[in-house]
Design a protein around this ligand. Structure first.
Ligand code: GLN
Length: 431
């Protein structure tokens, strides 16, 4: 099928169903023209045929990247993020900008200034977040694949809740140039798709060293292959819904049986501190990143136009920064981050990958988040944050359903081991 015809189908579907799902904030009005142009090319790129959605915190020249915030409501990007440049070079067609929690701060999709996104796979429930629109757009069939960003789980959490695949790459695999920061020492752009293969292909296109982001490193092509006799490290964390843990356990048992893998329980001693370590880091870095939104250059003054969660982080970040001369919070958090990173490195020398659920609970009903304490909401990130603190790669793949609601499991590998991780994920997906 020509990509032009595919774009037509997607645009039609978005027109009909997006008023209900609310995954897409802005359509790329030029998508059909771009598709037509690509169809007529003699030599086509690796992403030919792929229609791609973009989280609203990634700059796409000429599109609105408002981070689902009133602060940047009419902010039109003047340049392409590195990932977008690479996608265009490989003939991917961008369909539009996708909803998210405001400035990627949240885990439910309820913090968007432009309304919550519905979970297409579990009607009436949150899609997860913060890349709520990215996961929902893939699940609803509004695009083939999507870009999201993951600071503490924002790709994997919604992927899990919407029943799709979501990859958080190792820190530095993908350029952050053109991503509007939540927490620059943890943020990574990653991919979501209907299957491991699609998410891996898009990741392979966008990865690579970039002189505009000095944290990036060179990497080999991502290849999905059969995996030999590996040892799977099983990580059990407190506070997981029993039904979720037993679903993941049986998925692991099935995989181990089918492929003749070995299985070993592993322990990450400081994992219970992950949430308390993560939030001070994010608050401080986010506070600092938002100082440019003072109402002069970009949009409105953030404190006067943002939602509750963003304001909480700005005020909290400012307080921590003031107290920092004594090294009470930020420096302590960095120390624990290092401990967790070392523990993962040690574990991943013994086993080939670490597996665990993606989220400790099922997606809650839309509106219930308002009644929850902020600590309860933050606790939902307990299983995803560790990979960001450790800088390693992690993927969430569908593991099954409970009462018809999707549940995801994570596979984590060491820094730069995306090929191995995605190969293992593909084997599990194929069961
Ligand atoms: N839920 C986490 C937070 O609110 C993760 C956000 C993210 O990964 N962007 O910070």
């Amino acid at each position: 099928m020509k990509v032009e015809d595919k774009v037509k189908i997607y645009l039609d579907k978005i027109k009909k169903e997006n008023p209900r799902i609310n995954a897409v904030l802005h359509i790329n009005e030029n998508a059909l023209n771009e598709a037509r142009e690509i169809d007529s090319k003699k030599k086509k790129g690796r992403l030919y045929g792929y229609v791609i959605g973009v989280k609203s915190n990634i700059n796409v020249k000429g599109m609105i990247a408002n981070c689902a915030s009133k602060t940047l409501e009419n902010y039109k990007s003047t340049f392409d993020a590195t990932v977008i440049k690479k996608i265009k070079e490989e003939d991917g067609v961008l369909i539009g900008m996708l909803n998210c929690d405001e400035f990627a701060a949240g885990g439910s999709g309820e913090n968007s200034a432009f309304g919550v996104t519905q979970n297409p796979a579990a009607p009436g429930r949150i899609p997860g977040g913060s890349s709520s629109g990215s996961a929902a757009a893939v699940a609803a069939g509004f695009c083939d694949v999507a870009l999201g960003s993951d600071t503490g789980g924002s790709i994997r959490n919604p992927a899990s809740h919407c029943g799709v695949v979501g990859v958080k790459p190792s820190y530095g695999l993908v350029s952050r140039y053109g991503l509007i920061d939540l927490s620059m020492s943890l943020d990574q752009i990653g991919t979501l798709g209907n299957n491991v293969g699609d998410a891996a292909l898009l990741l392979d296109v966008i990865k690579g060293k970039d002189e505009n982001d000095t944290t990036t490193f060179d990497s080999k092509q991502i290849e999905i292959d059969e995996v030999g006799k590996i040892t799977v490290g099983v990580l059990k964390v407190k506070g997981v819904d029993k039904r979720i843990q037993s679903l993941i356990d049986s998925k692991i048992t099935e995989s181990v049986k089918k492929y003749g893998w070995k299985c070993e329980d592993i322990e990450i001693k400081h994992i219970d501190l992950a949430v308390q370590t993560y939030y001070p880091l994010v608050y401080v870095e986010f506070f600092s990143a938002t100082r440019r939104f003072d109402g002069r250059k970009y949009g409105k003054k953030i404190e006067e136009s943002c939602g509750e969660e963003v304001l909480r982080r700005i005020l909290g970040g400012s307080e921590i920064t003031k107290a920092e001369f004594s090294g009470t919070y930020y420096r302590k958090a960095l120390e624990v981050k290092e401990l967790i990173k070392e523990e993962f490195e040690r574990a991943l020398r013994e086993v080939d990958c670490v597996v665990l659920p993606t989220c400790p609970g099922l997606p809650w009903k839309i509106g219930e988040g308002k009644k929850m304490k902020i600590e309860e909401i933050y606790a939902y990130d307990a299983l995803t944050i560790p990979a960001n603190l450790a800088g390693i790669c992690a993927v969430s793949i569908p593991a099954g359903k409970i009462d018809g609601i999707p549940v995801g499991m994570q596979v984590m590998c060491g820094k730069g081991q995306e090929s191995k991780m995605l190969s293992i994920a593909r084997e599990i997906e194929n069961i």
